[in-house]
Design a protein around this ligand. Structure first.
Ligand code: APR
Ligand code: PHB
Length: 389
């Protein structure tokens, strides 16, 4: 088989890149290790920056988002029960869209299926070859039968644990990493959200987040120890813990119910450099991980593939390698700014056992500064709503 761009991974990065290329008449094949049903069963984040919203609309996949998504013009921060609203619209004239990553993936899959472009699910043992040359290849097995694809470029959109970054010789890639000593225990529940806006709460018992997927479905999180096991968390224990970390009025108003999903995610900051190795390009979680506190993961993946798609379109259209040569440098600038913001928001909102009472006072001062400073609120707002490309 032959294509122009082999895309590894059918998460939001791979599917969106495939769509951008298809709109420009460039052929791609997507190879995905799991089934489509499995990919759609993963519960991920749910906040889209304006830039991601615009990309989905321009890609012709914004219709359901425009009906079902919920625009949010601010967030609530809660510090030991005291609430402070950050008004994005007032501070910087922008908003975000609450619309689940699972839905984004669903919409992108639907448009790809309708276009007739090839996606191979349940591709086993995907392997990358000869990407140090202009004639790279990808091999895999499907239903036990060996397959091969030749192409011009490989886009590694296969997430943090994927094969693409792992195929690069260790001496060719530099990695930067911070692993946080805690995770988030998340619960999905069919109950209306406790508040119209997201609440990010710092409490001496740990961080909590009240989020949502719709007007009838809520997503809640509590900070837990890195070794915590989900089996140890009955629904009752989760609701008690969550309510203990919120201000009493919010705790009182919360509607609880049986969880429909419950899982623990570790928190990590990670960046690989560079993001191009000959004919191989990394994008999305394959290239970087952010802790979920600033809701940047999906948005960063979108801005990576916007740049990568545009670079490949320029290559095929004008036969100019300038933009593909610039891809890594260009996107790493934005990636590091989002890494900084996600690290900062994580540092302010969580309990770090090792930083002691000094650390707590610094967090309190950070919160008080935000509460009293328009400049600080503008800074949070512009980072949360998304910095320009
Ligand atoms: N071969 C083929 N596909 C693979 C392989 C492999 N060896 N390894 C992983 N994959 C697939 C995964 O099954 C997954 O469907 O690659 C896909 C990667 O998708 P995501 O993990 O969703 O990553 P990405 O598309 O970069 O999306 C960015 O935003 O909210 C954040 O972390 C969250 O997933 C999110 C991310
Ligand atoms: C979510 O709804 O899952 C969510 C929202 C905001 C975050 C992280 C996760 O910062």
């Amino acid at each position: 088989m032959r294509t122009q761009v082999a895309i590894i991974g059918a998460g939001p990065a791979g599917l969106m890149l495939g769509r951008l290329l298809e709109q420009a008449g460039i052929d791609s094949v997507i190879l995905e290790r799991k089934s489509a049903e499995y990919v759609l069963s993963r519960i991920r984040a749910g906040v889209l920056e304006q830039g991601s919203v615009d990309m989905l609309r321009n890609a012709g996949v914004g219709a359901r988002m425009d009906v079902e998504g919920i625009p949010h013009q601010g967030i609530e921060l809660s510090y030991d029960g005291k609430n402070q609203r950050i008004d994005f619209m007032e501070r910087i004239g922008q908003q975000v869209m609450v619309y689940g990553q699972t839905e984004v993936t669903h919409d992108l899959m639907d448009v790809r299926n309708a276009s007739g472009a090839v996606t191979i699910y349940e591709a086993e043992d995907v392997a990358l070859h000869d990407f140090d040359s202009p004639h790279p290849r990808v091999t895999w097995r499907k239903d036990g039968v060996a397959q091969e694809l030749t192409c011009d470029f490989i886009a590694g959109c296969d997430g943090y644990h994927g094969v693409s970054r792992a195929s690069v010789p260790a001496q060719a890639v530099k990695t930067f990493e911070r692993v946080y000593p805690f995770g988030w225990l998340g619960v999905l529940v069919d109950q209306p959200p406790v508040s119209d806006e997201l609440i990010y709460a710092h409490h001496e018992r740990g961080f909590a987040l009240c989020s949502m997927r719709s007007h009838t479905r809520s997503r809640y999180y509590v900070q837990v120890g890195a070794d915590e096991k989900v089996e140890n968390w009955s629904d009752e224990r989760f609701w008690d813990e969550l309510r203990s970390r919120l201000n009493p009025d919010t705790a009182e108003a919360m509607k609880i119910g049986a969880s429909i999903e419950k899982s623990i995610a570790p928190l990590r900051s990670f960046v690989a450099e560079p993001l191009r190795f000959g004919s191989l390009f990394l994008a999305g979680d394959a290239a970087h991980i952010v802790p979920p506190t600033g809701a940047k993961g999906l948005n960063l993946a979108m801005s990576d593939v916007k740049a990568l798609g545009a670079a490949m379109i320029e290559y095929y259209g004008e036969r100019s390698p300038a933009a593909i040569d610039d891809y890594s440098n260009k996107v790493l600038q934005r990636i590091w700014k989002a890494e900084r913001f996600s690290w900062w928001m994580t540092s302010m909102m969580h309990v770090f056992p090792e930083s002691g009472t000094f650390g707590l006072r610094i967090q309190q001062a950070e919160f008080n500064y935000l509460a009293g400073s328009v400049a600080a609120q503008q800074s949070l707002s512009e980072n949360y709503c998304g910095l320009p490309d």
